[in-house]
Design a protein around this ligand. Structure first.
Ligand code: ADP
Ligand code: MG
Length: 273
């Protein structure tokens, strides 16, 4: 296992508030449940909330900054999930604490996590193109771009796709979030395929708009842990499986009819338990 290469993946977007943290928490949890060792890095400066989504908010004493400054050991900053011990979370900084680290610091930090035997490192990245973004992508070899099917979000995603390529990250996948099949049907929303074609980035998944996302955020319980998965939970789990190459099954939110959703549900629930 030590010889296996760690996959370091940045979860990014052009526009803020499109679902990066939701995706990082849920895909991370899904992959961990499939048996991999997963570390999540919250690199969103000042807007730390990955801990809340995972219900780990009271456990963070040290951050990456203290590790980098030599004030604590990496183990002290890596918080393990209560149940899934192969899932760990580390925050770059405390809330509202500005920090000044270099790309080299970030690369070394990620490397030290990889050396602990983590097979996946997912970096929840700040939106746009500030320092945090540049640092987060400096340490990654792969990226997932999140967008909603709105033109503003897509345009910003396109800029980020360009930046990733300019920084030598060619393994990039797209996740379209907050999809409303009903609005696609009435031509009031771009379809997932339209979004994918506009951006020209391979599709990892599509997540429907779903109130369960908000409920799960408020409870600090990832969607993918629910015994009876919601459609968004299924879609996130589906994206996680595609990411690790387990399957290439894709939920079709563009032409929804009940039968498809039911089949997808049966497929997952049937294969899980
Ligand atoms: P980001 O990390 O990109 O800023 P978040 O993951 O924090 O985005 O999501 C922003 C807000 O949108 C949160 O309140 C979240 O609950 C909500 N949200 C994200 N995805 C969905 C979805 N598919 N359906 C409903 N609400 C969503
Ligand atoms: Mg976020």
């Amino acid at each position: 296992m030590d010889l296996e290469k760690t996959r370091t993946i940045v979860i990014t977007s052009g526009k803020g508030g499109v679902g990066k943290t939701t995706t990082t928490a849920n895909i991370g949890m899904s992959i961990a449940r499939l048996g991999y060792r997963v570390a999540l890095i919250d690199a969103d400066i000042g807007l730390r909330n990955l801990d809340l989504l995972l219900g780990l908010e009271n456990r963070i004493l040290y951050t990456a900054i203290e590790v980098i400054e030599g004030k604590c050991k990496l183990e002290q900053a890596l918080i393990r999930d209560k149940k899934w011990r192969n899932l760990a979370l580390v925050s770059m900084s405390k809330n509202r604490q500005r920090y000044n680290i270099t790309r080299e610091n970030m690369q070394m930090f990620v490397e030290s996590i990889a050396n602990k035997g983590y097979q996946f490192i997912l970096i929840d990245c700040p939106a746009g193109i500030d320092v945090g973004f540049v640092n987060a992508i400096a340490a990654s070899e792969e990226a997932i771009i999140i967008t909603t099917p709105e033109i503003t979000s897509i345009r910003d995603a396109d800029r980020v796709a360009g930046l990733l390529e300019a920084n030598g990250i060619y393994n990039v996948k797209l996740l379209v979030n907050r999809v409303r099949p009903d609005m696609i049907q009435t031509n009031d929303m771009m379809s997932v395929r339209d979004v994918q074609e506009m951006l020209g980035v391979p599709l990892l998944g599509a997540i429907p708009e779903d109130n369960n996302v908000i409920i799960s955020t408020n409870r600090g319980e990832p969607l993918v842990l629910k015994r009876k998965l919601s459609l968004s939970g299924i879609a996130l789990e589906n994206a996680a499986r595609r990411l690790i190459g387990k399957q290439d099954y894709l939920i079709d939110l563009d032409s929804p009819y009940k039968g498809v959703f039911q089949r997808v549900q049966d497929f997952f629930l049937g294969s899980e338990e």
